[in-house]
Design a protein around this ligand. Sequence first.
Ligand code: ADP
Ligand code: MG
Length: 345
Amino acid sequence: MSLSEFETISQYFNSAKLGFSRSGVSVGIGDDGAVIQPPKGSSLSMSMDLLVEGVHFPQNADSSFIARRALAVNLSDLSAMAARPLCFTLGLSLPSLDEDWLEGFSEGLSRMARRFDCPLVGGDLTQSLADAPIVIAIQVHGYHLDNQPVLRSTALNGDGIFVTGTLGDGAIGLCSLGLQSHLENSIALDLAALNEDHRRYLNQAYYEPEPRIEFALAAAELMTACIDISDGLAGDLGHILKSSGVGGDVNSTLIPYSPAAMAHVSLEGRLQAALYGGDDYELCFTAPADVEEQLYRIAAGQNVGLQKIGEITSGSALRLLDENGIEILPLNQAYQHFAPRGSSK
Ligand code: ADP
Ligand code: MG
């Protein structure tokens, strides 16, 4: 028997697991609008991501995984602003109200929501045509109380460029799921050679990226600019450079990779995945040299990987350098293979 819209909302979304109470939320699901009261003196950051089946997540993917990923990528945007999550709203367009799918989806969402104390406070649900893709829109709300928001536009010449975690795992993770990636030829992952631990790690990197909320909050006052890496280091660091009106030199040998990536993907493939793969949801940020030690201390205290990979320059381009500081290729240039300048490709 199929559910009505209201049964679906009350059973799967307005549950104690997902619509739980939290300070700052006075009215959640059930009225015409949610009412939120962020702490006095705080400012709000809002961010929305739209995920379309077949575009942002594979068709027939497990709905619990989709849900975790959908909320995680939104929370990652809040981390890039150094905002503390407060609550979120959800727009869902589904071809049918499938109870198994809804059960998994609500379970996956609630797992992330609880971890980050970010309840669901409202949304909308609509039935689409039978063969239309699933569409998921999530808007997260976060607040800044003890720190200012960290923008993309405020990097300064001479700052260090840092990244959290390891890069490339999102794109390699997509390949580990046996799914198409625009980089699959460069990544060239041999699925048969993957051991179980690495497979699990890579699958999780794709489906459950870790929003770096606590790190961002602790380090916010030390950062000059920040972005989360959703489209690859080249593009996302490029956004910081462009909006700050500066250049950046990245030492390619300092880009951090996971043991799974090191074990199964060539250096060239890893570099491609880190620069152009996206879906890593790690932070890329800038900070002056005199706070570097403090940053490493915060990262170590939270067990978060942190690596300085380069420096902001007075130029305007993002350059990728080899271990001798020689430019490999300008990063705003499309390329197929890395090769020293002037050599044949
Ligand atoms: P209205 O007709 O006033 O727009 P709805 O009937 O669409 O309200 O929704 C009723 C309540 O259920 C509202 O509080 C709304 O925020 C909530 N709601 C609807 N869809 C969702 C959803 N997908 N997730 C969470 N809450 C939802
Ligand atoms: Mg209404």
